[in-house]
Design a protein. Sequence first.
Length: 271
Amino acid sequence: MRELYMTTDNFGIVETGMTMEEEFSAIAELGFDGIEHHHPATREMADCLKKYGLKMIHSELPFGALDRRGLQDDIDILQELGVKYVAGYTRARTHEEALRTAEELNAIGKKAHEYGFKVFFHNMAAEFIFDRGEYLIETLLKNTDPLYVCSQLDLGWVVCAGADPVPLLKKYPGRFELMHVKPCTKIYGMKAVIPLPAADGTRSPEAMEAYGRMFHAMQGPFTDLVRDYEEPMKVAESLGCKCFIYEREQFYKDDHIAVMKEDIEGLRKFW
């Protein structure tokens, strides 16, 4: 059976008040092989992962500040856990912004490479804005060095944006080394792009409230997907995707564990 990972940050177990050990025990019991984690790892976390036989596929490490106090301890823990990827971020709404972001990702990726890590960037809907004859995600891929930078394609956000992941996967083989498998039951197009902040850095409360409602409504039962995930997952795997990560940010039942069990059963039927 293929390995399947789970994101630890916003899938709902934390909301139940579980301790880290209870959380990792539940993840292991659900049948996951490991986790992704969006914050620096701690010694406690490393010990707990080992206790329950879980791996960590990626973490977050601030490679923009290599002289930060305690950074070497973070690196040592990630290397000990066999972590291969660290997170980078995109801030692109235009072709020019995508070029600047690609330059930043390359610089961070070179630093991460010195320690044995590869930087990845994760898409939402904004990366499917069309500018200069291509999606912004293509601009990012074309202008980042494959040695240092790869993409974590989020299937949920691709569907939400109204795009088709399969042609993209085939056009850029080997660039999508990680994949988020997120239930998405609605296509919103560019309405799904988070509202831009004003000059003072704030966002309209009304716009954010509307965005929140949309975001909450996009995830229903895994069996109600607007697009079948079987083909993109199998195509991605054949073209070099190394890790599939289940993520659910909204729950349609109070029993989050029951929802995740349903999702996993749905995934395992075809993958």
